[in-house]
Design a protein around this ligand. Structure first.
Ligand code: DC
Length: 229
């Protein structure tokens, strides 16, 4: 491990702004930001495209051999974007047809094992800010900084709805709220690596915080950890 560069895990509920915070924090530290949820979404998209039944765990496990996930750097957005078998699918994986099935895919142990190994490889030299659900508990249990993000379901639904509309996607606010609530339920109650708030996390509830206020808090925590490292 490079002594100067720590790993930062950002976990929490759906649509609490983990990605936005992780991206800005990574930029400030000159670290790499990885959105692990986009990897689960890419696997889901592949299964939908191939007509594979999402509940067919055996077929999905076999299909993993035909799935290559990568990241392309988008210079104008200043972030890595997910690729599926060489094609940039960053926008497609945000569609509701993917969002509504991704938690079922993410509950499958074979999929998790495959993606966790990739995530650990990406973070093996430190210098990564990764957001997800199990980053601090499973992917990087030794991460020097673990942040657990949360916000009220109303605020989260509105934020995600506005993002979808801005991106020209079809959605209604009630559909988004129902999807978020259901995803949180599945993500927190599954057997394999559920979303779990353990004692070693610092909690960031951003219901009433601006993006800048959250970032300032996270920067302070990160600098404290880096200085102690
Ligand atoms: O963060 P997101 O909404 O893009 O995540 C998509 C889904 O993948 C969500 O249902 C939770 C799941 N996920 C997970 O189980 N583990 C991760 N490390 C990241 C996401």
């Amino acid at each position: 491990m490079n002594q100067d560069k720590i790993n930062i895990a950002i976990d929490g509920y759906s649509s609490c702004g983990k990605g936005t915070l992780a991206k800005e924090l990574a930029k400030f530290l000159n670290y790499r930001f990885i959105d692990s949820g986009s990897m689960y979404r890419a696997v889901t998209l592949h299964c939908i495209n191939q007509g594979i039944e999402i509940g067919n765990t055996n077929q999905i496990t076999e299909e993993l051999a035909n799935i290559t996930i990568g990241f392309d750097y988008n210079t104008s957005r200043e972030r890595f974007e997910v690729t599926l078998n060489g094609k940039n699918v960053e926008s497609e994986v945000r569609e509701m047809r993917v969002a509504s099935r991704v938690s079922e895919i993410a509950a499958q142990s074979a999929v998790r094992k495959y993606l966790v190994a990739m995530q650990q490889e990406i973070g093996k030299n430190g210098g990564v800010v990764m957001d997800g659900r199990d980053i601090g508990t499973v992917v990087f249990p030794d991460a020097e900084l673990k942040i657990f993000m949360t916000a009220s379901v109303e605020v989260r639904s509105e934020r995600r709805f506005n993002e979808l509309i801005k991106a020209g996607k079809e959605a209604t606010l009630s559909e988004v709220m129902a999807n978020l609530t259901e995803r949180d339920r599945i993500d927190s109650s599954r057997d394999d690596s559920p979303l779990q708030l353990t004692d070693d996390y610092k909690v960031l509830d951003n219901t009433e915080l601006s993006k800048n206020e959250q970032l300032e808090i996270a920067k302070t925590w990160a600098l404290e950890c880096i200085n102690q490292n």
